[in-house]
Design a protein around this ligand. Structure first.
Ligand SMILES: *[C@@H]1O[C@H](CO)[C@@H](O)[C@H](O)[C@H]1NC(C)=O
Ligand SMILES: *[C@@H]1O[C@H](CO)[C@@H](O)[C@H](O)[C@H]1NC(C)=O
Ligand SMILES: *[C@@H]1O[C@H](CO)[C@@H](O)[C@H](O)[C@H]1NC(C)=O
Ligand SMILES: *[C@@H]1O[C@H](CO)[C@@H](O)[C@H](O)[C@H]1NC(C)=O
Ligand SMILES: *[C@@H]1O[C@H](CO)[C@@H](O)[C@H](O)[C@H]1NC(C)=O
Length: 400
């Protein structure tokens, strides 16, 4: 694929924004002029380029009379929201950087300003788990009767706004209701409540299902759950305990997040962890983070992980992620699972195949390939193709 940056991680993240252009989340030209302004490996240059772009798009949005030109205002605010998220994305190494909160608020504010201008009725909600609250957005298909409904959750690093462009719009067009949410560890909940990821993801999904069952427009036997990226672990994890789900879509499928991530580190570092040598392990990880040899992907992955799991040291982070495996719970999954895979998945290679293999006849494994433009993680960049494959499977599976 044509690279948008010589830095593989920056390429992926810019492509991720670009892919949202099929559903009003970005403009191709804005990203193609921004990409060359970003210095490979330089997180601050990424932030600056996107903050400049987002500020510019936001100022055009605020200049539009939304009563007179609601579509123009909506499409402008939605692009601004995407670019504010990107401006914030590489800042999480420094937890006290005030731009994390302020850029995320600008994303939320831009997106919330666009919501009433959507062609579908959208409603912001706060849902309650046993010991925390979390934000959600319900989108109504607008069709009469009880409709199939899709729950959508993001993964290791993304917010619920992105999901509108990734799949919600395409689900609504096919007659589904949708609900997006963010749980602990995901940006709004991490920023506003300081909560890191929890492994028992059913604690988040069960209140979402409870809420849906209070609604007269939701078909109770046709509630499905889509998980994006690390969501490809979280969704099947929740489905092992929440049996009111009719189907799960994992993009991409992840069987074993924690032990797999740990296994990617050099063996000397793994040995220090296994030996319980906390000081030497943290020093080795700090050295890795500081080294110019370390790839952007590895550096970002560790820093993002420590932030999202709310673990101040690498040792605490590894300790927090190791339980994230389906090894002892996948046997309790009872619904059909679409297991997406990509031929060039830079994050979880091999994991989707493993999940499909473990689930046996419950799984439908689908490989998106590089030659069809779907080879990137979660088929990022192949929005129409991916959503065609996913929804044709989902509608068939639900008997629609
Ligand atoms: C900021 O964006 C504006 C509008 O797109 C552009 O004219 C300007 O050159 C950009 N500045 C920088 C420093 O990239
Ligand atoms: C982190 O951000 C704070 C607030 O902007 C700043 O004072 C501090 O110097 C930064 N720390 C590092 C290590 O860059
Ligand atoms: C987003 O903004 C809305 C409207 O300003 C606010 O009510 C809501 O609490 C914000 N949501 C989050 C998750 O920050
Ligand atoms: C909520 O309580 C459960 C059970 O005690 C615990 O596993 C989980 O970490 C708690 N979550 C938060 C966000 O405090
Ligand atoms: C921890 O590892 C360091 C570096 O390999 C070593 O010098 C130290 O003796 C180890 N400490 C313990 C308690 O094993």
């Amino acid at each position: 694929m044509l690279q948008l940056s010589s830095d593989a991680t920056f390429h992926f993240e810019i492509l991720r924004d670009l892919s949202l252009s099929t559903a009003e989340g970005a403009d191709v030209g804005e990203l193609l002029v921004t990409a060359p302004l970003i210095t490979p490996g330089d997180f601050e240059s990424y932030t600056e380029a996107f903050y400049n772009l987002s500020s510019w798009v936001y100022s055009t949005a605020t200049a539009i009379d939304a009563n007179k030109f609601p579509v123009s205002a909506r499409t402008s605010y939605l692009r601004a929201a995407t670019y504010f998220r990107s401006a914030e994305f590489f800042l999480r190494s420094n937890w006290s950087d005030p731009r994390i909160q302020s850029y995320w608020e600008l994303n939320n504010h831009s997106f919330c300003t666009a919501l009433p201008l959507f062609p579908y009725k959208a409603q912001r909600l706060t849902l309650h788990a046993t010991n925390f609250s979390f934000p959600a957005v319900y989108y109504s298909s607008g069709l009469p009767g009880k409709r199939p409904t899709l729950i959508l959750g993001n993964g290791y690093d993304g917010g619920q706004e992105e999901l509108y462009h990734y799949m919600v719009r395409d689900a609504l067009e096919r007659g589904f209701n949708c609900i997006t949410y963010e749980g602990p560890g995901q940006p709004s909940v991490r920023i506003n409540q300081g909560l890191g990821f929890i492994n028992n993801w059913e604690a988040v999904i069960t209140p979402v299902v409870d809420y849906l069952l209070t609604r007269s427009d939701v078909h109770p036997a046709a509630i499905s759950l889509m998980g994006l990226s690390l969501g490809g672990y979280l969704a099947p994890r929740a489905a092992a305990f929440e049996h009111r789900l009719a189907a799960v879509i994992a993009l991409n499928g992840v069987f074993d997040f924690g032990p797999f991530t740990f296994s990617e580190f050099p063996s000397e570092i793994q040995d220090l962890y296994t030996a319980g040598n906390v000081t030497a392990f943290n020093e080795a990880m700090e050295y890795l983070l500081a080294s110019s040899e370390t790839s952007t992907g590895a550096r970002w992955g560790i820093e993002q992980g420590m932030w999202a799991f709310n673990t101040p040291t690498p040792y605490e982070w590894i300790t927090a992620i190791l339980p994230f495996t389906l090894e002892n719970v996948y046997q309790s999954i009872t619904c059909p699972v679409f297991v997406g895979d990509s031929s060039y998945d830079i994050f979880f290679p091999g994991q989707a195949e493993l999940l499909a293999q473990k689930l046996g006849s419950l799984a439908t494994y689908h490989l998106f390939t590089n030659s069809e433009g779907g080879g990137e993680h979660a088929a990022i960049g192949a929005s129409n193709l991916r959503n065609q494959v996913v929804f044709d499977w989902l509608e068939t599976t639900l008997g629609l």
